[in-house]
Design a protein around this ligand. Structure first.
Ligand SMILES: Cc1cc2nc3c(=O)[nH]c(=O)nc-3n(C[C@H](O)[C@H](O)[C@H](O)COP(=O)(O)O)c2cc1C
Length: 204
């Protein structure tokens, strides 16, 4: 690819943020965090090594709640104690002139109980994911759905405090998306007059 290709030209977002080029590194879970989801020094160096020529790095998904940890070695942003470690990643990326984004998620019903100390995962309904061996989650009450959405908000605040330029919500692979939960599920429960913890059909 020629160095004058448009992909190497800068790009200004509607909010005025300038990206030095149009290259993004996709979020890729490395499973290289500590057992509790805190940042290892190897991870800081992994992101530092990739920053610089890529305009924007999206850091792998970080769980917003300790019940939402979906991969061994996954990173977490579920407590204020994690901010300092994540700040080292943001600093490593930004010190090389790239923008640093961070992806957040809740594993919901995709969580393996073994990863959360044998606890039962949670989800919008008590319906297991259509995957071999998937656990049947405990259905969240409407109030707990609101609590989960609040955890996404807390995660965004921590990402900002850690110095990240932006946040992306991971809603693929049947993971619960907080916007969808609030926009569709809660009103649906109200309309249907369901009681907390009763299964509620949803498209997720
Ligand atoms: C090892 C690995 C880890 C990944 N982790 C994440 C992740 O944390 N979040 C996410 O949204 N996608 C994740 N993905 C998906 C990638 O971000 C990307 O969407 C996918 O590899 C397709 O991109 P491609 O068409 O350029 O190959 C992962 C992919 C791989 C191979």
């Amino acid at each position: 690819m020629k160095s004058d290709h448009r992909v190497f030209s800068s790009f200004t977002l509607p909010n005025g943020t300038e990206l030095k080029n149009r290259l993004f590194m996709a979020p890729m879970t490395t499973c290289a965090g500590y057992y509790d989801g805190s940042v290892s020094s190897e991870l800081v160096e992994y992101y530092r090594a990739r920053a610089g020529s890529i305009g924007t790095i999206i850091v792998e998904c970080c769980f917003v709640d300790d019940l939402g940890l979906a991969f061994p070695g996954a990173l977490g942003i579920d407590s204020d104690e994690k901010i300092a470690g994540l700040a080292k990643i943001a600093d490593a990326i930004k010190s090389k002139g790239s923008k640093a984004l961070l992806q957040i998620y809740h594993g919901g019903r995709m969580v393996d109980p073994k990863l959360i100390g044998g606890r039962t995962p949670v989800g919008p309904s008590a319906v297991a994911a259509p995957r071999d061996g998937a656990a049947t989650p405990v259905a969240l009450t409407t109030e707990e759905v609101e609590g989960m959405v609040g955890k996404f908000g807390d995660a965004v605040r921590r990402a900002i405090q850690a110095g990240f330029d932006g946040v992306e919500i991971h809603g693929a692979n049947t993971l619960p998306d907080p916007a969808v939960l609030l926009a569709e599920l809660k009103p649906a429960r109200r309309r249907m007059g369901r009681q907390p913890r009763q299964p509620c059909e949803s498209s997720h």
